[in-house]
Design a protein around this ligand. Structure first.
Ligand code: FE2
Length: 296
């Protein structure tokens, strides 16, 4: 398989991250090897055994409607008509992590960039950057849900706006994405459920986020989340819990972010593992196994 074209390391609030060309490419589906299809199957089956009773119903609904299965890496061209009809979103194949502005621009236009390459068998349990399994299995099922589809578009528009306000607003908005789209939990009548893509695509974190005594689980609050540092190298110290996707959408679309950025200007950020007095605490984490530094 051809190698993705990594172009530079860009300094972001997550430290130096690899950033790839902004080209939109054709998913080279015919070039996937048998090993790559097997990697998909292994990851898919493993998560499907783990996620019932842990991931939210909306995630399973989306997965079923997209007819994703363990047989083969899905073709984006097969998924797009289903997505388009449901919420107007489409998948585009990219080389990997995009520079922030390019990413926001795509979201604002209902295009979801999916990395076309999949991890190697040696990276089955952990890969430090998003690959096809994370992007496709983790993110795409919820794009069939109108309220979540709207949230993602609004986030892209918010990102373009934040970029005009400067670095601090951009950092705050990135935290919102991290603690919702990537690592969010939801409170349901059946108990806490996962909706964050970083969790549903990770075997270890699917268990840890819900069942470990170590992390905090705290009710979602927009400004609280925007002030909270996070981890890119370990499981999260804190997960934020929404009551519903409607709550998430209302909290992030109705307010004018300009005054919020102004209010938070110069405010110190909370360490990833802190619990604040005003927090709605589902679980106060034991902190077991937490590294002392490294929040970003
Ligand atoms: Fe992601």
């Amino acid at each position: 398989m051809e190698q993705p074209r990594r172009v530079e390391h860009q300094l972001t609030d997550k430290g130096y991250v690899p950033v790839y060309t902004t080209n939109v490419v054709d998913q080279p589906w015919n070039d996937y090897s048998a090993v790559e299809h097997t990697t998909w199957a292994t990851l898919f089956e493993r998560q499907m055994a783990l996620l019932p009773g842990r991931a939210c119903d909306e995630f399973f609904d989306g997965l079923a409607r997209l007819q994703m299965n363990a047989q083969a890496i899905p073709r984006f061209a097969d998924l797009n008509p289903i997505l388009k009809a449901a919420t107007g979103w489409e998948l585009i194949a990219v080389e990997g992590l995009l520079p922030e502005l390019a990413f926001f621009e795509h979201l604002a236009n209902r295009r979801f960039p999916v990395t076309w390459w999949i991890r190697t068998p040696e990276q089955i349990d952990y890969i430090s950057e998003p690959d096809l399994f994370h992007d496709l299995f983790g993110h795409v099922p919820l794009l069939l849900l109108p309220v979540f589809a709207d949230y993602m578009q609004a986030y892209g528009e918010g990102g373009l706006k934040a970029a005009r306000y400067g670095n601090e607003p951009l950092t705050e908005l990135t935290r919102l994405y991290w603690y919702t789209v990537e690592f969010g939990l939801m409170n349901t009548p059946q108990g806490l459920r996962i909706y964050g893509s970083g969790i549903v695509s990770s075997k270890g974190e699917s268990l840890y986020s819900l069942e470990s005594a170590a992390p905090n689980r705290i009710g979602f609050d927009l400004k609280r989340v925007m002030r909270t540092r996070y981890r890119i190298d370990t499981y999260q110290k804190t997960y934020f819990v929404i009551d519903s996707f409607d709550q998430l959408f209302r909290a992030t679309v109705d307010p004018d972010f300009g005054p919020i950025y102004y209010e938070l200007k110069g405010a110190s950020a909370f360490p990833a593992g802190d619990v604040q007095d005003q927090d709605r605490v589902f679980q106060r984490g034991s902190g077991e196994g937490w590294p002392a530094d490294g929040d970003v």
